[in-house]
Write a new protein. Structure first.
Length: 582
């Protein structure tokens, strides 16, 4: 909440508690909650054969520590199916009175930054707010029930004009409006269908002057809801349904992602259609977002971690206008009308979108929905691409120290940058090398020297707009030990570049990567991300399942060569956070 708003915020919370105590919940609120709860247990039953091991383990832990029973999905669903409908509104409201209609067992805890010009309320003042709550004049909550359908009319659809089959088990459809659809059925998780749609463009097509409205467009527009529903009513309308579609706009892409159960598949396609054709402008929601953002960002200037992150970004990107952190000043440049116009322009033409679906479906299930909704999306057949906005990594050596805060702790970031050869072998090599260095630094800096709780070494790669890599090493430490620890980090880097890894280190990385792929490749979300990358970069999608072949080729020479190539200290940015001098 904003500075000085503690008492006002507490009043608002107590007012809602009092409203429930005096008037109770509504019948429509209770029915939605019943719907949602029962739908959750229904899905749990549907997915019981593909439930994750971690989910089973968590349930066993609760059974052992808290005595929670283990009835199984069938009995849990049957239990809720039988007893949930019998819960009455009177019973719920009686319980709410026991919880909210009492002045016993109440604790108010306030956490806020220390500011000389913003005094915090005293315990006496907070107690006065608590005592005054029952005397407030309130009216009953009016529920705008979300029972209406998402769409008043179904759009005129189109057809699949071309179908292509690819290995392994991938089908591609071209729709009559130019939309491309990629389908990969799996049996990895019952009743789970995920999707992602992508198109080139993004905020790169906005001018520097309009970058802030463009980059904030998705958050500001989606806060308004969809079609005839504001965001609150939209959520109510979707009660009991497992379906979502969320737009995004990155620097070089725009798109939509989400998923659904088989039962709610049409709802997901309707949400996709509305995301393209019926964004909703809500000025009240915009005002709330702006106020909340200003409140959150107002105190970040005093945060040492923010100062550290800001300095690193400024040094790495040389203060590029599109690499600035969000501040209160940024919020002042938000413009809902410009954001709305940019959003609509980015989703005005679906002919250059590729929709990728993966999960528990077959083609006959998907085809009618694709033709009805995706083939009905607007199409102008425009030809466009992303633009290079000119953000470049700094060249040479930059060493910067930030003095912020009074706690005796430091943070260090060392970032190496350079060009990257984009192919699968190199992607594996730089990851393998990063893993070896990560383990060596952990053993040297944490275990041997006791200099930090954690230290990370990670590689980042990108193909567009330029094929580049970043190699980042970051750790926290006692300010007095920063110099010695950095020296040891440099020694470990040079040792790996000079001597390479041991055969055991190479074998460990190979085994780790193969285990990770075995686990990840059984998850629809992982495969969707990998397939999306293949289609974005115009690569053969079958390559997703060929990655283990490259892992099996990991050896000492490959990792050694990657160390010599990517641990290049000629282009590096080093930023160190130190406490302020007394």
């Amino acid at each position: 909440m904003k500075d000085g708003g503690v008492e006002q915020g507490l009043e608002a919370i107590l007012a809602e508690a009092q409203r429930v105590d005096r008037f109770g919940f509504t019948s429509t609120e209770l029915e939605r909650e019943k719907q949602d709860t029962l739908r959750g247990y229904e899905r749990m039953l549907t997915q019981k054969e593909t439930r994750t091991s971690s989910s089973h383990a968590e349930e066993y832990v609760r059974n052992f520590l808290m005595g929670e029973s283990l009835p199984g999905a069938d009995l849990e669903y049957a239990f809720h199916q039988r007893f949930l409908p019998q819960i009455t509104l009177d019973e719920v409201n009686k319980l709410s009175k026991e919880w909210f209609g009492t002045d016993r067992n109440r604790i108010v805890v306030v956490t806020a930054p220390e500011k000389a010009d913003v005094p915090l309320p005293t315990s006496t003042q907070l107690t006065a707010v608590l005592k005054a709550a029952p005397s407030k004049t309130l009216t009953a909550y009016v529920d705008s029930a979300g029972s209406a359908s998402l769409m008043d009319s179904i759009p005129k659809g189109g057809t699949v004009v071309k179908a292509t089959t690819r290995e392994p088990g991938i089908t591609e459809w071209e729709l009559s409006n130019g939309v491309k659809v990629v389908l990969k059925p799996t049996n990895l998780k019952a009743d789970e269908i995920l999707f992602q749609a992508i198109s080139d463009g993004g905020t790169s097509l906005a001018s520097d002057a309009d970058y802030i409205p463009a980059s904030s467009a998705v958050n500001l527009v989606t806060a308004g809801g969809l079609g005839k529903f504001n965001l609150v009513d939209l959520r109510k309308t979707l009660t009991g349904k497992v379906a979502s579609a969320r737009p995004f706009i990155s620097e070089i892409q725009e798109g939509v992602s989400g998923g659904a159960s088989r039962k709610d598949l049409e709802t997901m396609f309707q949400l996709i259609y509305l995301t393209f054709t019926a964004p909703r402008l809500d000025r009240d929601a915009f005002t709330v977002q702006a106020t909340q953002a200003k409140t959150i960002l107002a105190n970040q200037a005093a945060d040492p971690e923010f100062a550290f992150s800001k300095a690193l970004s400024e040094a790495l990107y040389q203060n590029h206008v599109r690499r600035q952190p969000m501040t209160v000043e940024t919020i002042a440049k938000w413009d809902l009308d410009k954001s709305f116009a940019f959003y609509k322009e980015r989703f005005a033409d679906a002919s250059n979108f590729t929709f990728i679906f993966i999960g528990d479906f077959d083609l006959p299930l998907m085809k009618p929905f694709a033709e009805q909704y995706l083939a009905a999306l607007p199409s102008t057949r425009r030809k466009e691409d992303w633009k290079d906005v000119g953000a470049r990594y700094a060249k040479g050596i930059i060493d910067k120290t930030v003095e912020k805060g009074i706690e005796p702790k430091s943070e260090v970031a060392l970032v190496l940058t350079g060009p990257f050869k984009w192919d699968q072998s190199e992607r594996v090599a730089i990851r393998a090398m990063a893993n070896v260095l990560q383990e060596r630094l952990r053993e040297a800096i944490r275990e041997e020297l006791g200099g930090t709780y954690s230290i990370s070494a990670s590689a980042g790669i990108q193909k567009l707009p330029r094929s580049e890599y970043t190699f980042s090493i970051q750790f926290g430490a006692d300010p007095k030990r920063v110099g010695d620890l950095l020296k040891r980090v440099t020694q470990e880097i040079e040792k790996l570049k000079t001597e390479g890894p041991t055969s055991q280190e190479a074998a460990n990385v190979k085994a780790l990567f193969l285990r990770e792929f075995e686990t990840n490749s059984k998850q629809n979300s992982y495969l969707l991300g990998q397939l999306t990358g293949k289609y974005q970069f115009r690569e053969d999608p079958a390559g997703v399942w060929l990655v283990p072949d490259y892992y099996n080729k990991i050896d000492v020479n490959q990792i050694h060569q990657a160390a010599k190539t990517y641990l290049d200290m000629k282009n590096r940015v080093q930023v160190t956070l130190m406490p302020e001098k007394k």
